[in-house]
Design a protein around this ligand. Structure first.
Ligand code: PRX
Length: 696
């Protein structure tokens, strides 16, 4: 194969220019500190370091690069892509898209005509460049003292072995493989093994129930699943294998057979204690080490699908978001590099699980594409004590910590002593993602955790966007607590009113994206119409994000939260319709409506109104069993925080549930209910209020 980019210099022309300019700035070191809104000040040393590493000296530099990226996306991304290994280079007119439903099929094509392999770029490329003995994964187990180090060379070999096993059971390019694993090294390894073969992985977060897992396997027709005998989260055992068995049963009843399950033996559930389906189940420890440690990569087209990830929306079943290979690769690497100032060999820790998009892009692909050393932590942040995270930061000398507001709030609630017990002088960049970060949590992260030394990178993005879309760059411009600030290269955000009219200047509106970007969602598995309807039918020619947003006179974007019926619980997206369906499937429930309410730690909690069948009593036992039904249908993270018994639900005459009213009742804002006269039965409102329960 001809590897066009193979011998290309690591730095593209653009970056080389930047790096030179960076050293010039280093020479005339500025002494002016960046002023932060609210008194926080990032010392200029951070800026100087970042400038030296990326070549961005100021907002003006950023503006120049940004302009280039949106005016000439083909050239901009092409320059960067040249630093990767391609078997075949993309065509000159590789960048094309249509976001306007009325002009035909909605589509994005980037690096069209090019052929590459992302696993090769994550591993082989670095090993060939002499990084084989550099640590790739620093794994910390649930319990203190459990650890594992894997170098780039070792990870490459293990990925090849798993890929060879996948081949041996018939997995081929384009096949979907389900992955249902705890956060152990085998999780990113399994992802990369699929990728190496051009197979499409579908990682299902190990907190999802058997029903959810089955639904996902059926939807993407995955016949092979990679799982573990069990797992530990804090002091709780997770019966992973039993869930897989139950899921396989549910799938079989619906006509979908799981042929093979590759099972990693987890100390929480050793052999002998693990249920086993002979013929289907294979121990990882028996099958994988026997495989060859090399495996030819399958070169794939840039637009071939890389992975599927299911996510919730306001209606219907979870959607299988499809990401493609080339654009995602370049987007993941570039955002990780610029947003987190990531350089080869840096110790980097993203606390997300690979079951969510953050774990895909910023635990697996982004850092590996940048040859970083990745910390992976299997357990929960407060186990066995509230200083576990800080202990890991100290032990591994973490430079970049990328985490979520819900975690930051939970850690803050434990008090500063736990943090201060540990040396955090290695930290340079702190990142946040998943939900709006409240200024208080932002300041705690900045002042206490980062000792006012580390910029806080509040990154806004989504499963569908694949990579960070709006985010500060470390020290490049003044930050503002709670604001994601400015768009990343190639991203053109617009704010519109509810009629779709574009709003200019400092204003508030619905956030949409104009133009496409490399890691954009390409389709929904098996349902391109649904893809077009969900994201491109609300406003003509624009990608609809579902988020509300404010823009100030500095051009900074601040996300205000979802404008649709999606609830963000601890940074996890939960669709109201799914929770309602799970409740309604319970025999005691006639009808249910779910709304999000503010929650001190989780950001949003789930508040469910349940109308009971006539012969049912609103008892504690019924409440518990309704919550259990949601756990069973979706997973524990979607369990309602409050069940509010309702004699009926407020509906319009056409039968639409008025969630606006339910949201107000949930927060005791009875005086703000507004006009209820349009309801089919206005008396239901008072009846619901009279049955109010204790708040969260
Ligand atoms: O509402 C926004 C919120 O999370 C949603 C996307 O959820 P998901 O697809 O699960 O991806 C989460 C991780 C990328 C968004 O529509 N969100 C994400 N990041 C932020 C955020 N809200 C405010 N600020 C953020 N930084």
């Amino acid at each position: 194969a001809v590897l066009t980019g193979h011998l290309a210099p690591q730095l593209s022309g653009l970056e080389r220019a930047g790096a030179l300019a960076g050293s010039a700035i280093l020479a005339r070191r500025s002494t002016v500190a960046t002023s932060q809104e609210g008194g926080a000040v990032v010392p200029d040393t951070v800026q100087v370091e970042y400038r030296a590493r990326t070549g961005i000296h100021s907002r003006a530099d950023y503006e120049r690069m940004y302009r280039h990226s949106v005016d000439d996306p083909a050239g901009f991304w092409g320059d960067i892509a040249a630093g990767f290994v391609w078997e075949r280079r993309w065509a000159p007119d590789h960048f094309s898209y249509n976001l306007d439903l009325q002009s035909g099929r909605v589509s994005t094509r980037i690096f069209a005509g090019g052929r590459t392999n992302i696993a090769f770029n994550c591993l082989d490329r670095h090993v060939e460049a002499g990084r084989g003995s550099q640590p790739c994964f620093l794994w910390e187990g649930n319990d203190v003292g459990q650890e594992r180090k894997m170098t780039y060379g070792e990870v490459l070999q293990e990925v090849c072995r798993v890929a060879n096993w996948l081949k041996s059971v018939g997995v081929r390019k384009g096949d979907a493989v389900a992955i249902y694993l705890p956060l152990i090294c085998e999780l990113p390894i399994a992802m990369l093994a699929c990728t190496r073969l051009g197979a499409v992985h579908s990682v299902v977060f190990a907190g999802f129930s058997a029903d959810s897992l089955a639904q996902r396997c059926i939807d993407c027709r995955s016949r092979v699943i990679i799982t573990a005998s069990g797992g530990m989260r804090g002091s709780k055992r997770v019966e992973l294998k039993q869930i897989v068995d139950a899921a396989a049963k549910v799938a079989a009843e619906k006509g979908h057979k799981i042929h093979k399950a590759l099972v990693v033996e987890h100390p929480a559930a050793p052999r002998g204690k693990c249920p086993w389906a002979r013929g289907r189940d294979v121990w990882y420890g028996d099958a994988v080490p026997a495989q060859q440690a090399t495996c030819q990569v399958e070169w794939v087209d840039a637009e071939d699908p890389l992975f599927l990830l299911y996510t919730s929306g306001s209606t219907g079943n979870p959607k299988g978001v499809v990401h493609s290979t080339g654009g995602y690769m370049v987007g993941a690497a570039t955002t990780a590099k610029y947003c987190f100032d990531l350089q080869p060999g840096d110790v980097y820790w993203c606390t997300a699980d690979c079951g969510w998009i953050t774990g895909h892009t910023y635990l697996a692909y982004g850092p590996l594409l940048n040859a970083a050393t990745n910390v992976i932590y299997e357990g929960v942040p407060l186990h066995p004590q509230p200083d576990r995270m800080w202990q890991i930061v100290e032990k591994c000398k973490v430079r970049t910590l990328y985490t979520a507001p819900t975690l930051i709030r939970a850690l803050e609630a434990q008090g500063d002593t736990w943090v201060k017990k540990h040396d955090r002088s290695s930290l340079r960049v702190l990142g946040s993602v998943g939900e709006p970060i409240n200024p208080r949590a932002w300041r705690w992260l900045f002042e206490v955790v980062g000792e006012r030394r580390c910029p806080v990178i509040d990154t806004w993005w989504q499963t569908e966007t694949g990579t960070v879309m709006i985010s500060p760059l470390p020290g490049a411009w003044p930050e503002s607590p709670g604001s994601a600030t400015l768009p990343f290269f190639g991203v053109v955000p617009v704010l519109v009113n509810d009629k779709g009219k574009e709003l200019h200047g400092a204003t508030e509106g619905i956030l949409c994206i104009k133009q496409t970007w490399p890691a954009a969602i390409r389709t929904i598995k098996g349902d391109h119409k649904r893809f077009e309807q969900t994201y491109f039918s609300t406003f003509k020619g624009l990608y609809f994000t579902g988020d509300g947003c404010r823009r100030d006179d500095r051009g900074y974007y601040t996300i205000t939260g979802r404008v649709d019926d999606v609830i963000n619980v601890s940074g996890h997206r939960v669709g109201t319709a799914e929770v309602e369906a799970a409740l309604a499937a319970h025999g005691a429930c006639v009808e249910a409506a779910v709304v999000g309410v503010e929650h001190k730690i989780k950001g949003q909690g789930i508040y469910a109104y349940v109308a009971l069948a006539q012969d049912e009593e609103p008892s504690e036992a019924t409440r518990k069993s309704l919550i259990a039904a949601v756990r069973q249908h979706i997973g524990a993270f979607a369990a309602p925080d409050v069940i509010h018994w309702a004699p009926g639900l407020p509906k319009t005459r056409s039968g639409k549930i008025m969630r606006r009213i339910l949201r107000k009742i949930a927060v005791n804002a009875d005086s703000e209910l507004g006009d209820v006269s349009t309801l089919a039965d206005p008396s239901v409102v008072q009846a619901i209020i009279s049955m109010r329960v204790t708040q969260l």
